[in-house]
Design a protein around this ligand. Structure first.
Ligand code: NAG
Ligand code: NAG
Ligand code: NAG
Ligand code: NAG
Ligand code: NAG
Length: 552
């Protein structure tokens, strides 16, 4: 893919008010990325408005805005967010306020929707109408991430740590997912206590693997450089050592052998105790990554997995895992997330677990979902789950683009539609009770790996030689993670148009955050109405994403 690259760099700084360091844009024929090297990386740094009625707007767009800062006031005339330097759209960029109240009829084709588009959109905000509480945002520190980081200059590693986890200049991630043992994003499949086999007491699982020690070392560096020490670490096992499984293999159709139910529970407890002892205490674990892979999709999923029937997994959780974790001082407060599979599996999965063991719910704190089937699984699966299990939080624990095996280019540098897919999914999830959103690999190489089974995918940061490329999806995640801290509450925010998607939150510090995404190919004027504060009018360019923050 490199030979196609058309290279030119430019420093893009439209906004003079921002104290952020601007993105250095690099253009590929597939889109725009931001380049960081050992001496330079863009940052996100802003001051919150102090007066009621003042709003801060951070914007990114297909035409090249990346965390562009602007300011506007409620009850005043339209504030125009500029296009980026790479103009994109149907020529309406200079509409400005001339078009206010005028309706432009445009026939827009978007995934089958064909309807007249009004370029004036109302966003109604009601801060009294409150929903779920936010847990947070993050990404996964896999074996491949650890490997990729090691290939980069130290300063570039630090840019990645700061970019993701700094609360001052980065996107303030507060969550991190790890695999317990190996996963496909590793150089080879692995587990603890591979030898001796049939060892129910796990006598050889007395210390962590060197790969864990390396990760912990890197994560300690991350904490030191970002001064972020309090993010939530959580994990999932992909597969036990082969000898615990019916097929004696890391992949393929498999279930846990009956005689190792307790051993597999103890294995999790041992891991968590050792991680805590080595300075990385866990917030949660799931009951296993994508349990359907090893049961009905072994042909499609050629990497580490363990198949579960939900009823058997319910028995394992209630009789083995839950009680084992409650018994150990080091693990008794660690949360257990059920599911960790595609949206369509819940709530049936939970119902079947309940059917096997009535007390399984006692051990489950939350329900984890992955995004890979969201295009075919409607949000009703989330609504039903929230309705049936009101005391359990729902959290999205894995997502990436480029996962479709028919896609030839696993990585497209700068493709905007990947940001769009991500942002629409995050907005949709939060509008349907999801409390957190965790991306897959934090950094992959130019081929979307390494991956021991060549299951290459895309990531928000790509390591390219001694530089890194921040893909649009990095900014897509940041538009949420930096502005919506843990403890924020989702509030009612309703858009009058299918082409402008929105979700709103009330933060613990009293600020309101409205996320807007303009799907259309034309600029749109959005009027945000919040009863006691007034109306904020913004002209937002085609294909653009905005985080709007105001005091309330
Ligand atoms: C790093 O990037 C900055 C900004 O584009 C550039 O001025 C500088 O020359 C680059 N440094 C190296 C070593 O490539
Ligand atoms: C905006 O106007 C509305 C209605 O006149 C008023 O209630 C509100 O206080 C005004 N907001 C500001 C920030 O001036
Ligand atoms: C806002 O939400 C509250 C709480 O749900 C509701 O009582 C009120 O009627 C809503 N206001 C408007 C204007 O819809
Ligand atoms: C324990 O595991 C190590 C690899 O981690 C292996 O080299 C060793 O042979 C194992 N010990 C026994 C007794 O199987
Ligand atoms: C859960 O219920 C099953 C019987 O349905 C019982 O055998 C098991 O001990 C219970 N677990 C706990 C921890 O109470």
């Amino acid at each position: 893919m490199f030979y196609k690259i058309l290279v030119f760099l430019l420093i893009f700084a439209i906004s003079s008010t921002a104290s952020s360091k601007p993105c250095v844009l690099k253009s590929f024929n597939t889109g725009l990325v931001c380049v960081c090297n050992s001496t330079y990386c863009d940052t996100l740094n802003f001051k919150l408005p102090v007066k009621i009625g003042d709003a801060l707007i951070i914007s990114s767009s297909k035409s090249g805005l990346r965390f562009h800062e602007s300011h506007a006031k409620f009850n005043e005339s339209i504030n125009r967010i500029p296009h980026g330097p790479f103009h994109y759209g149907n020529g309406n960029s200079d509409t400005s306020s001339r078009y206010l109240n005028k309706i432009i009829k445009v026939v827009k084709k978007f995934e089958g929707i064909e309807e007249p588009l009004d370029n004036y959109v109302n966003i109604m905000v009601n801060r009294s109408n409150k929903f779920q509480k936010v847990i947070g945002f993050g990404g996964a520190f896999t074996g491949s991430v650890s490997y990729n980081l090691k290939q980069l200059p130290k300063e570039v590693q630090e840019h990645i740590y700061q970019g993701y986890y700094s609360k001052e200049i980065g996107i303030a991630y507060n969550m991190m997912r790890l695999s317990i043992g190996g996963c496909d994003f590793d150089l080879s499949p692995w587990a603890y206590n591979e030898e001796p086999v049939h060892d129910i007491f796990l006598r050889n699982f007395t210390k962590l693997d060197d790969r864990d020690i390396e990760k912990i070392h890197q994560i300690n560096e991350l904490k030191k450089i970002t001064k972020n020490h309090d993010f939530k670490v959580f994990g999932a096992a992909w597969s036990p050592p082969k000898w615990m499984k019916s097929n004696n293999d890391y992949t393929g159709f498999s279930v846990l052998r009956d005689e190792y139910y307790q051993t597999w529970a103890d294995y999790h407890v041992k891991y968590l105790e050792l991680m805590a002892k080595n300075g990385l205490p866990f917030w949660a674990i799931s009951t296993g990554n994508e349990p359907l892979n090893g049961l009905i999709f072994p042909r499609m999923v050629p990497f580490m997995s363990l198949g579960w029937h939900p009823m058997l997994q319910g028995i394992w959780i209630a009789d083995n895992l839950g009680p084992a974790m409650k018994k150990s001082e080091a693990t008794k407060d660690i949360k257990i997330l059920a599911g960790d599979d595609q949206r369509f599996t819940i709530p049936t999965w939970l119902m079947l677990m309940d059917k096997a063991r009535k007390n399984v719910s006692d051990f489950i704190d939350g329900i984890a979902v992955h995004w890979y089937a969201d295009r075919i699984a409607s949000t009703e699966f989330l609504d039903m789950t929230a309705d049936m299990y009101p005391k359990k939080f729902i959290i999205s624990t894995e997502a990436c683009s480029g996962f479709d095996r028919t896609e030839s280019n696993k990585i497209d540098f700068g493709t905007w539609h990947k940001l769009e897919d991500l942002v629409l999914d995050v907005i949709e999830d939060f509008n349907h009770f999801v409390t957190g959103w965790v991306d897959w690999n934090l950094v992959l190489d130019e081929f979307g790996g390494p991956n021991y089974i060549n299951n290459f995918v895309d990531a928000a940061i790509i390591a390219a030689g001694s530089e890194i490329y921040k893909q649009p999806t990095f900014y897509g995640m940041g538009h949420f993670s930096r502005f919506i801290p843990e403890g924020s509450v989702r509030i009612r925010a309703k858009s009058s148009s299918k082409f402008v998607k929105t979700v709103g939150f009330l933060r613990p510090d009293g600020y309101t955050v409205i996320i807007l995404y303009n799907l259309a190919d034309i600029s749109i004027i959005a009027k945000i109405s919040d009863k006691s504060i007034g109306s904020l009018r913004l002209e937002i360019p085609s294909k653009s994403l905005h985080s709007i923050i105001y005091k309330s």
